[in-house]
Design a binder for this molecule. Structure first.
Ligand SMILES: O=C(O)CCC(=O)C(=O)O
Ligand SMILES: [Fe+2]
Length: 307
């Protein structure tokens, strides 16, 4: 419960110096990660690796990007990779704009994107977004390792990481020009294995709990990141973890910039046999993760590869 009695997401500390495999802090955090995922499908991580200079640089770069003319932004096209193309000026979600960078934690991926937006380059954008993406990737890998460890299947972690790549999505939600709050982004579950979200000081994210309540997520602090389970983690965990429904509701008069780092396994995922037992009979056949992405946005795991 929050200070005003509002339910809130678990907050997990990732700032400890000794947060390394094998330490007590690591083992405690592993247990908390598993518990938070099983109860809420997500949590807020306190992670202090991004300096004030980097934060300002990232959000300044995002403003510069979204201030580009619509025709320029539309050069970020889909090219068969869902989440990649430019989305904006949609009548149902007029406040929403977003763009995706495939292989978004690599210099090459970011430079390809920059090439489309700024044919003469943009070194500042590259520097800040790359540095940010690497930090978020480190957090994601730490969490992934904790997931594998907490379910006793650490032996599969290296294979997982070896075939995982990241899509970085940059989002801007305009302030609603009205008093009431307004939908920024429709309710959905992510199709990733895990997603790492970060934002400027403007809140707006809401997450649905397992019993159907919507809770506001406050991650306005520069050291707060949301870690969320996607549909692939739900399937991998044989439904122990549910990917939570979430949406963005905008109020106030400031633009909200946010970044989502989506982890995708390039290959066939399957439920580890350690996670199948009498209480948890197999729920999903092996599935191609990128195939799931292409299956359709409205699809759910059961329709795609339910047993
Ligand atoms: O902007 C946010 O905080 C959430 C965005 C989101 O849910 C998504 O891109 O999948
Ligand atoms: Fe999402």
């Amino acid at each position: 419960m929050g200070s005003e009695g509002q339910p809130m997401l678990p907050v997990l500390d990732f700032t400890m110096e000794d947060l390394k495999p094998g330490t007590n802090s690591w083992l405690t955090t592993c247990r908390r990660v598993r518990q938070a995922f099983e109860e809420y499908g997500c949590f807020v991580a306190v992670y202090d690796k991004a300096s004030v200079g980097l934060q300002n640089g990232v959000f300044g770069s995002m403003k510069e990007l979204f201030d580009l003319p619509a025709e320029t932004k539309q050069r970020n096209i889909y090219e068969g990779m869902p989440l990649k193309g430019y989305v904006g000026q949609r009548p149902q979600i007029p406040l929403h704009e977003s763009m995706g960078i495939d292989e978004g934690t690599t210099l090459e991926g970011i430079q390809n994107f920059i090439q489309k937006m700024w044919p003469n380059g943009n070194d500042q954008f590259c520097k800040y977004i790359f540095e940010y993406a690497k930090l978020a990737e480190d957090l994601d890998r730490m969490v992934a390792r904790m997931i594998f460890e907490s379910y006793g299947v650490l032996k599969h972690y290296d294979t997982y990481i070896g075939s995982t790549s990241y899509l970085l999505r940059l989002l801007a939600h305009k302030a609603p020009e009205q008093v009431e709050q307004q939908l920024g982004f429709v309710a959905h579950t992510d199709k990733s294995f895990t997603t790492i979200l970060h934002q400027n000081q403007v809140n707006g994210l809401m997450v649905e709990t397992r019993d159907g309540h919507w809770i506001d997520v406050d991650f306005s602090s520069p050291t707060s990141f949301v870690v969320m389970a996607g549909d692939a983690l739900m399937a991998w965990s044989n439904d122990r973890i549910k990917s939570p429904n979430h949406k963005v509701l905008m109020k106030g008069n400031e633009i909200r910039y946010s970044l989502g780092l989506f982890a995708f396994y390039k290959g066939i995922m399957q439920v580890p046999e350690e996670l199948i037992d009498e209480e948890h009979p197999l729920q999903y056949k092996p599935f191609d993760h990128l195939g799931l992405l292409n299956f359709t946005y409205s699809a759910n795991m059961k329709a795609y590869c339910g047993v």
